[in-house]
Design a protein around this ligand. Sequence first.
Ligand code: NAP
Ligand code: 8YV
Length: 321
Amino acid sequence: MDKPDLLMTGPMMAMIQEQLAQRFTVHKLWEAEDRDGFIDAVAPKITAVASGSHVICGPALMSRLPNAKIISSFGVGYDHIDAAWAGQNGIVVTNTPDVLNEEVADTALGLLLCTVREFPQTDRYLRAGKWLEKPYPLSGTLRDRKVGILGLGRIGKAIAKRLEAFGVPVVYHGRSEQTDVAYRYYPTLVGMARDVNVLLIVAPGGASTHHIVNREVLEALGPDGILINVGRGSVVDEKALVEALETKTIRSAGLDVFEDEPRVPAELIAMDHVVLFPHVGSASVHTRNAMAQLVIDNLITFADGKGPLTPVVETPWPPRS
Ligand code: NAP
Ligand code: 8YV
């Protein structure tokens, strides 16, 4: 039996490449010297796409794949895919929800602790031999902190649970109030920022969240405020953030995500009072393997006619008629 043809838009984990090669004829876009010519040549036979955030899957690409029926994306965030367009054009989009909740929540707590207690700075201090001269200065604490979560979804709730265990009060903002949670809801982001001293972002990227953490929100967070971002870099106006950190409008920031990854503003890199992670929220072997398996399983169950396992909201399954 002929294998269905699959387009892989960028390099993916070895286990994804190996398992998909057993079931599909895999066409590797990133290996082609002439990518346009490559797409023209394979486009009509492509029925499935495996994708990561390395390539924008917008109408420009999808409209060239007339027989594509599924895009299986690595990661829970899929702001690199125009899922609404895909849904309107008969393509189901899948992502990798839930399997990474605990890992990203662990990372968020680690980043928060590193930022509040200055752990990376203490490590640098010791290695520089400064402990021999005098103890590291006393740091801030979680004890006097109240955390406002922007995006109390799957990961946000796993973070909130951890914060409860740490004895830290939690409130949240999203587009709508959730009736099944005990945390206080703020209908406006700026209103929440005014009432907390940690703003923790775990909301998705995309048009509706672009730069919603802006100068006004940072001013509301105030001079004792700490910004933690494990959601998407695009949620924060990074220029406004740099300015707020330089002028001490807020105290500090812990960032796992940036607007133009892997490029990070030189101003942030030069600051000693911020903590910067290279987008490692889900990056353990265990969790990346689970995400990879879900990318594979979505494609295989779909090819077997059993439908996708984890379609995104814009492309429900079975499709709305
Ligand atoms: P989720 O369950 O869909 O939760 C997203 C939350 O964001 C929801 O509570 C939603 O609440 C809120 N939200 C969505 N649009 C909003 C808007 N315009 N304004 C305010 N709130 C909004 O998603 P998840 O699985 O928790 O993942 C969240 C995000 O984390 C992903 O999309 C991804 O960008 C990021 N992420 C990062 C890493 C990393 O490595 N750093 C790893 C995994 C995920 P409402 O619907 O009520 O607005
Ligand atoms: C991944 C993420 O690092 O799932 C997400 O949305 O941001 C991370 O888990 C990313 O998708 C891999 O490129």
